[in-house]
Each structure stands twice: as structure tokens, then as C-alpha cells.
Design a protein. Structure first.
Length: 65
């Protein structure tokens, strides 16, 4: 019988987050980048391909003041 082993997500916060806890956490996995709300770690998780992640980050950086 084949069993699928799920990789363990290691969640990371940005060093820019400070201590307020109002931030997102990112966990890179093989072939995916997962994102969640740090205030709701058991809530929904956004799953992005590496290309989608790069586009998201580039868009955020492009709109940062």
C-alpha cells in the first residue's frame, strides 16, 4: 500500500511584523508556498505556486509606500 507523507509546514513571520501579531505567516513547501493569518493559525490557508507567490510579492512591493 502506498502512503502519502505530508511535509510539515514550518511557519515564518516577517521581521517587519513587530510584536502586534497582526501579520501573515508563510511556510514554503515543495512546489507550494502556503500563507495564513497569524491571528488565526487554525483558519484557512492560502496555497500558491512559487510563480504566484513571486507575483504577489512583486505586486505588494510595487504598491508599498
Amino acid at each position: 500500500m502506498n502512503s502519502l507523507v505530508q511535509p510539515v509546514a514550518v511557519w515564518q513571520r516577517s521581521s517587519y511584523s513587530g510584536t502586534t501579531g497582526n501579520c501573515v505567516e508563510v511556510a514554503p513547501l515543495p512546489r507550494l508556498v502556503t500563507v495564513r493569518d497569524s491571528k488565526n493559525p487554525d483558519g484557512p490557508v492560502l496555497r500558491l505556486t512559487p510563480q504566484q507567490w513571486r507575483h504577489l510579492v512583486a505586486g505588494i512591493k510595487g504598491h508599498h509606500s
